[in-house]
Design a protein around this ligand. Structure first.
Ligand code: ATP
Ligand code: MG
Length: 581
């Protein structure tokens, strides 16, 4: 391919709203163009990379036994009503709009994901255990009414997702959900590995199913909106919502102060009370009233900690906890909001493990405008239920005791054991060997293709531009022909180009009549992994130059050896993106 016959509108302008490197570099390299907030055109160079990612994803999904199909972006809202997700999705679910019951527009949504549509297919065509398991996938456009599309193609309102959905008659054993889940997990490792991403699989919040029911694949980078928590010994990784922590050591020295009520007029927040009483936030017990399954549930955490509602729900054995209303709080504590405490409280209480080792703590007195000091768990209130119910913080240790570190990251993929949530709601059932009907057991597995592209840039760029992993570079090699008015230069460049193409290498020949510095800058901005420079001066000595984009030295190579040298280098860079099986 000749540069002058292709379309690479590079630019020096960085869009004012482009805050992250991938956004800036994709625009500057002429790969994308914003159409409206949250939707982009992929220009030819960008589209080449996207298609390469798509090919890798498709290959690995097929290899893992998933079957490709294609579902539409338009869905009947009825199916979303059946699963209760019109409400759950809120603004994310984009409706076509339109008035009146009979107006089809008003009854149609643009799919942010496809559980409903695929479950309807399973419900219609699968009725026997003999047809299970099956794993269906597509690579398709998703629409989400994201509140703030930002960071270029990392978060958009229209994006390409590979989504797979598996259906099973059982959870464990041959053909069960666990087996396919593991296959998908392994396929994801292969996909991200092949795309050259420094990915980390982490345990993710899995909701009511619990256990190892969900993993996210994270790429650590400053541009990310998520956090992953990793132990120093490398044995533990989870997302911040999920991260489990080691219990804190008992700091008790045996002496205890007496319990004492103190007047704290209109002082109710942790910050205000600690200031008013001159104690540290960590010396306070935060008492938060929730409601779960229609009953009050009281969570106790240290004043400087936050309740993790997902963990709390799991420890409590309920599907969800919601913050109690002021009326309920008043009823449970007998006081205004802000004065709750465990002493004398009769509701169900779950204490975080860090609270169990506190002593001489400060907490609400269950009396408006009063707190109590000298509170000692065990002596002043009974801890009937305890567990890990708080968010991990810097300084915590993993369940195995290794220090935890927080890193910003981008979620590029997610595997999830759904269980029977959708099959029950949509009555997707099958008959077992005995002719008994059961809801199918499901898993779902998503990957954001555009996000892979941006994450690869975030993970690999420098001040000059992108450093593509070989596997997803728009072209593998660029040949910069420096003096295009010299026949010797154009002939040599063209011959090298043709020979490399014949050898199966993807080459672009920069045949523009421009200054060397300008061409090099573009080549580095776009980030072709290997550059060959063919110039008059070099040719006079019978040599060309070869340089790797990622930090390689410029090497002078005799013209006759150039082809074999480049082929070798390309093979080596390709191998770096190959997964070891
Ligand atoms: P996030 O937490 O970032 O909003 P999500 O958990 O809602 O993502 P999933 O529903 O798990 O995302 O979707 C599967 C994959 O689709 C994600 O791992 C991500 O790679 C991609 N993805 C999700 N939302 C977007 C978006 N708005 N723009 C681009 N890619 C997205
Ligand atoms: Mg997710």
């Amino acid at each position: 391919m000749r540069w002058t016959e292709f379309f690479i509108p590079t630019t020096k302008e960085t869009p004012a709203d482009a805050a992250v490197p991938s956004h800036q570099l994709m625009v500057r390299a002429g790969m994308i163009r914003q159409v409206v907030a949250g939707a982009y055109s992929y220009l030819p160079l960008g589209y080449r990379t996207l298609r390469k990612i798509e090919a890798i994803v498709r290959e690995e999904m097929n290899r893992a036994g998933a079957i490709e199909l294609h579902m539409p972006a338009m869905h009947p809202i009825e199916w979303w009503e059946q699963t209760g997700r019109v409400e759950a999705m809120g603004e994310v679910l984009i409706r076509l709009g339109g008035g009146g019951r009979d107006d089809w527009r008003g009854r149609t949504v643009l799919g942010p994901t496809h559980e409903e549509v695929v479950t309807e297919i399973a419900r219609t065509f699968i009725n026997s255990y003999k047809q299970l398991p099956i794993n269906l996938y597509q690579i398709q456009t998703k629409f989400r009414g994201e509140a703030r599309p930002k960071s270029g193609v990392l978060r958009t309102r229209e994006f390409l997702m590979k989504d797979a959905y598996s259906f099973h008659a059982c959870k464990e054993g041959p053909g069960g959900l666990d087996e396919t889940y593991q296959k998908m997990y392994d396929a994801y490792c292969a996909i991200f590995g092949r795309c050259g991403l420094p990915y980390v699989p982490v345990e993710a919040e899995s909701g009511p199913i619990g256990g190892d029911a969900s993993h996210e694949f994270m790429v650590p980078t400053e541009a990310g909106e998520d956090y992953l928590v990793q132990s120093e010994d490398g044995k533990y990784a989870a997302n911040v919502e999920r991260a489990a922590v080691h219990p804190l050591d008992d700091a008790q020295d045996g002496r205890m102060q007496p319990l004492q009520e103190v007047h704290t007029p209109a002082v109710s927040t942790i910050a205000d009370v600690s200031k008013f009483l001159g104690c540290a936030a960590r010396q306070m017990i935060k008492t938060i009233i929730y409601e779960a399954d229609g009953a009050p549930l009281v969570a106790l955490v240290r004043g400087d900690h936050e309740v993790n509602e997902g963990k709390l729900a799991r420890v409590a054995g309920v599907s969800k906890v919601v913050a109690a209303t002021p009326e309920v709080i008043r009823k449970v504590t007998g006081a205004d909001v802000g004065f709750a405490g465990p002493v004398g409280l009769t509701a169900r209480i779950i204490a975080d493990q860090a609270v169990t080792v506190m002593h001489d703590a400060v907490t609400g007195a269950n009396r408006t405008d009063f707190h109590v000091t000298g509170v000692n768990p065990g002596r002043d209130f009974v801890i009937a239920e305890r567990g890990d119910i708080r968010r991990a913080v810097e300084g915590d240790r993993s369940p195995h005791g290794s220090p935890l570190h927080f890193r910003k990251c981008i979620e590029v993929g997610h595997v999830f054991k759904l269980g029977t949530k959708y099959s029950k709601a949509m009555e997707a059932t099958f008959l077992d060997q005995n002719g008994k009907s059961h809801p199918m057991i499901m898993g779902c597995y998503g990957i954001g293709l555009n996000r892979i592209m941006a994450a690869a840039i975030e993970a690999s760029h420098d001040e000059k531009g992108i450093c593509w992993p070989m596997s997803i570079a728009p072209f593998e090699v660029v040949i910069c022909a420096l003096d295009v008015r010299e026949a010797s230069v154009t002939n040599t460049a063209q011959r090298l180009h043709d020979e490399l193409c014949a050898a199966g290498v993807e080459v672009i020949l920069d045949d523009r009549d421009a200054r060397p510095g300008f061409k090099f800058a573009d080549a580095e901005l776009v980030g072709f992994p290997v550059r060959i420079t063919v110039g008059k001066k070099g040719l006079a000595e019978g040599s060309v130059e070869i340089v790797e984009r990622c930090g390689g030295e410029v090497r002078k190579v005799p013209v006759e050896r150039a082809l074999s040298e480049v082929r070798e280098q390309v093979a080596c860079l390709r191998a770096r993106c190959a997964v070891k099986t």
